[in-house]
Design a binder for this molecule. Structure first.
Ligand code: CO
Length: 134
């Protein structure tokens, strides 16, 4: 059911340093930082030929990645995002298979302006998993 890998999100404590690592050390094309106050993060997009990396730095008091960075002070992979054609159909199938959808279970508009859902890491190999309707 899942399609392309849309992005891998990496939580970082220092976005400037992480951006420099991807731009200068790895030689990747990176975007300007983009504040996403509704999501509690500032994002830099690393554009690769076949997918994206999203570098996430906490923004504001109640950032959803703050706890993750407390546990992983040097940063780490926060979630992976797969594309689906129909997010409601995908959600219903996941739930029918016993997977837990986070929040109220309704898709929200994600950082790319498209509907997204998050799935419980314990149901997906210990990895927070995002679905985005492509
Ligand atoms: Co994401």
């Amino acid at each position: 059911m899942i399609g392309r890998l849309n992005h891998v999100a990496i939580a970082v404590a220092d976005l400037e340093k992480a951006t420099s690592t991807y731009r200068d050390t790895l030689g990747a094309e990176v975007s300007e930082p983009q504040a996403e106050p509704d999501h509690g993060v500032t994002v830099v997009f690393v554009n690769l030929q076949n997918t994206k990396i999203e570098l996430l730095e906490p923004l504001g008091e109640n950032s959803p990645i703050a706890k993750f960075l407390e546990k992983n002070p040097s940063g780490g992979i926060h979630h992976v995002c797969y594309e689906v054609d129909d997010i409601i159909a995908a959600r219903d199938q996941m739930k029918a298979m016993g997977a837990r959808v986070l929040g109220d279970g309704e898709p929200k508009i994600g950082a790319h302006g498209k509907p997204v859902l998050f799935l419980h890491p314990k149901d997906f190999c210990g990895t927070l998993t995002e679905l985005e309707q492509a």
